[in-house]
Design a protein around this ligand. Sequence first.
Ligand code: GTP
Ligand code: MG
Length: 305
Amino acid sequence: MSETNFKSGFAVLAGLPNAGKSTLLNQLAGGLLSAVTYKPQTTRQNILAIAEGENYQIVFVDTPGFLRPQYKLQQTMVSCVDRAVTEEADVVLFLVDATADYALNAPLVEKLKTLYCPIFLVLNKIDLVKEPAKLDALEKQICGELKIAKKFRISAASGVNVPALKQAVAAVLPVSPAYFPPGQWTDRWERFYAAEFIREQIFLLYQKEIPYSTFVEIEKFTENLGDKNFIRAIIHVERESQKPILIGKGGAMIAKLRQRAQKRVEEFLGRSCRVELNVVVSPDWRNNTELLEKFGYIQRDEMPE
Ligand SMILES: Nc1nc2c(ncn2[C@@H]2O[C@H](COP(=O)(O)OP(=O)(O)OP(=O)(O)O)[C@@H](O)[C@H]2O)c(=O)[nH]1
Ligand SMILES: [Mg+2]
């Protein structure tokens, strides 16, 4: 294969919370790289997954669900989507949950209208749609308001039509050398994933505002302790009253969380590890610029007012 045929670039997944972006990223990359839960707003930062073929390297970018921000953390989430679609994307995969209310996409569609790169429309969760006519109508409506280069109907959960989507993405990328060394599958450290998967388990175990009020910080990650890794994580909550909820009666809830999180992290790392959890109150951290910066949600040059 000649160097001049090699294609590489960034394919950004954009869509509403719960559209199935992280599920699709995992399918496209063939691994569990992004946290998936049934709750909206699971993803808070852009996550890369690199997929390689013989003559291409696609960098898929999972983004947080696009929403109207109500607090500073959500402002940083929207900035992540903005940055990815306007500055990084060679192609945008506009992911639409075919079972959800499409009208909610309006603000995102306005954003997508300003882009120059090709946009692929990806209707997801078709396994749940019984009448194909509904998909026809949805496609027609979307193509009427946005310039769509290609359309796909997929099930990210089962993988139906995902290979065809991937091939089409590879075909549309510019001729370019690979962005990452061969064999690399992400740009993040294991620490980041450990925190992300502990957070995923919080989303699955706790109700109401608790998952949204937590941040997981990895305080210690020790690899060289014989056959077991050791991870100590701090779970930050926003208010004193949330602490007992997280811990549960006699510590029952946090024990359950610890067990599940440890299993999940071990699954990801492919080796055994001991996870320890501590709960700390960081008052109103979701609206605190300094804490958001400390937690890595904002860089110094992009602080929201
Ligand atoms: N039935 C069905 N469920 C799906 C499909 N794709 C995703 N889901 C489910 O939809 C829910 C949300 O999936 P995620 O991948 O976390 O969605 P997301 O777009 O990343 O959501 P945020 O990170 O909150 O923006 C999960 O419960 C998934 O299992 C699909 O093709 N079919
Ligand atoms: Mg997600």
